[in-house]
Write a protein that binds this ligand. Structure first.
Ligand code: HEM
Length: 504
């Protein structure tokens, strides 16, 4: 009897050893990981590379470790891709494999674990959300329906700046007024609503909650609890604040915008297409049972985050570069005057006739990319990339900023020189026809909002330059263009004071 037990134990042990050897051989062979700094237990590379994995730090690491490298951030794998060929592989050739998104503990809260569109994994839900959002937001018909509204909004900005006595003397923080404009541009599309002034209490509340959400989500403060799950209990306080902000924000969207729109719709004849705004289309999808009310709220949440600040940052960067490069500003003003004639105000249709304006926008998006690492991608399953094995659920960062600022691929990339897009890079478009230049990404998860962002940027920068001379405040020769980055966003650190002198 004992012998039988011993025999069984020995056979069991033998089988276990064989399985272990096979598994370890299989694993060893399977996991040829990308290069990277040597990880230490528990922390991985976190202590070596720190919290702030911004586009510049990651570009330095790419110079050291190559076009693809791996960082272990606690328990998370982070793969950074820094060449046009590998970007093509991630975003295009293997677009399905790498088409999901990673979330972290904080993004889980703000997106209801991916009930939205921007942060959901690649699959049925994402396809449905993207389809439902396309007609109301992302077509040329939408541009044509709302361009007059955008032109009116920027005309109101020009008027307010003209009326401000400080604007032409000590200067104003132009961004504040432009923020109201961007909210109005997007809230007209979403709800057919606008805010009268910067002091409108609803606007103030909305702006504060959106700002709080961005700050909490983009902060590095919570990294430790995300990288090292056993430390998560220490994040309880932070996550509680995130939950409160999320609840208050979604409630605000519901009470003041969604329910208001439903009320209005119920009092109007339902087949009046001319009056339909985006949310009416989205509510129709809800009525058909395609999505639920939470999804509707997360669509509103996504537009608030993805559309308003990104475009505003780009406008702000454009202004900063034009202030700091007066000859470029002058050249742009000259183009507008000579193509349209003095006094004719830039419209959406005009922006297509102004190549230098287009080049200024492209150059701003190249040097000052609002989302320099794209929104993080993720592979749901084990995958291969550049000859390496990428473990399932790795966070994949495409360093789009480095692709567009790598001296190996661009002439003097540090220089703000719009002419490059009329000369040696004349064929390069923002829509992603060249894998060195992806300010909106490319492929399945690329930015659908490009169709709105480019005309808004053109109308806004065009109108400002044709109506004002934009200058640094008295006593300064340039404005500060230091950068502030977050988990994946990039904006100007200081919202500078700008002098806007009306043209005679
Ligand atoms: C200058 C302004 C903008 C910039 C630079 C920008 C940039 C980007 C980038 C880089 C991505 C991620 C691409 C990727 O991960 O591969 C993205 C995604 C997205 N953007 Fe934009 N964006 C801008 C404006 C807008 C606007 C105006 C809207 C909406 C009206 C919008 C809606 C979205 C959405 C919904 C996604 C997620 C797409 C998905 O995951 O399928 N964006 N954007």
């Amino acid at each position: 009897m004992d012998l039988v037990v011993l025999e069984k134990a020995l056979i069991g042990l033998f089988v276990a050893i064989m399985v272990a050897i096979t598994v370890s051989k299989f694993r060893g062979k399977r996991f040829k990981l990308p290069p990277g700094p040597f990880p230490v237990p528990v922390f991985g590379n976190w202590l070596q590379v720190g919290d702030d994995l911004n586009h510049r730090n990651l570009s330095d690491l790419a110079r050291k470790f190559g076009d693809i490298f791996l960082l272990r951030m606690g328990q998370r794998n982070l793969v950074v891709v820094s060449s046009p060929d590998l970007a093509k592989e991630v975003l295009h050739t293997q677009g399905v494999e790498f088409g999901s998104r990673t979330r972290n503990v904080v993004f889980d809260i703000f997106t209801g674990k991916g009930q939205d569109m921007v942060f959901t994994v690649y699959g049925e839900h994402w396809r449905k959300m993207r389809r439902i959002m396309t007609v109301p937001f992302f077509t040329n018909k939408v541009v044509q329906q709302y361009r007059q509204g955008w032109e009116d909004e920027v005309a109101a900005v020009v008027q307010d700046v003209r009326n401000s006595p400080e604007a032409s003397t000590t200067g104003i923080v132009l961004r504040r007024r432009l923020q109201l404009m961007m909210y109005n541009n997007m809230y007209r599309i979403m709800f057919d609503r606008r805010f009268e002034s910067e002091d409108d209490p609803l606007f103030v509340k909305l702006k504060a909650l959106n700002g709080e959400r961005s700050r909490l989500a983009q902060s590095f403060e919570y990294n430790y609890g995300d990288f090292i799950p056993i430390l998560r209990p220490f994040l309880r306080g932070y996550l509680k604040i995130c939950k409160e902000v999320k609840e208050r924000r979604l409630q605000l969207f519901k009470d003041y915008f969604l329910d208001e729109r439903k009320k209005l719709a119920s009092t109007k004849s339902s087949n009046n297409n001319a009056l339909k705004c985006a949310i009416d289309h989205i509510l129709e999808a809800q009525q058909k049972g395609e999505i639920n009310e939470d999804n509707v709220l997360y669509i509103i949440e996504n537009i608030n985050v993805a559309a308003i600040e990104t475009t505003l940052w780009s406008i702000e960067w454009g202004i900063a570069e034009l202030v700091n490069h007066p000859h470029i500003q002058q050249k742009l003003r000259h183009e507008i005057d000579s193509v349209l004639g003095r006094g004719a105000q830039v419209t959406e249709a005009d922006t297509h006739k102004l190549p230098y304006l287009q080049a200024v926008i492209k150059e701003t998006l190249r040097l000052r990319m609002a989302i320099p690492l794209l929104v993080p991608h993720m592979n749901l399953h084990d995958a291969k990339l550049g000859g390496y094995d990428i473990p399932a659920e790795s966070k994949i960062l495409v360093n789009a900023w480095f692709l567009a600022n790598n001296p190996a691929h661009w002439k003097n990339p540090d220089e703000f020189r719009p002419e490059r897009f009329l000369e040696e890079e004349a064929k390069v478009e923002a829509s992603g026809n060249d894998f060195r230049y992806l300010p909106f990404g490319v492929g399945r998860r690329s930015c659908p909002g490009i169709i709105l962002a480019l005309p808004i940027l053109g109308i806004t920068l065009g109108r400002l330059v044709q109506n004002f001379e934009l200058l640094p405040p008295p006593g300064q020769s340039k404005i500060d263009t230091s950068e502030k980055g977050g988990q994946f966003s990039l904006h100007i650190l200081k919202h500078s004071t700008i002098v806007a002198k009306p043209r005679a």
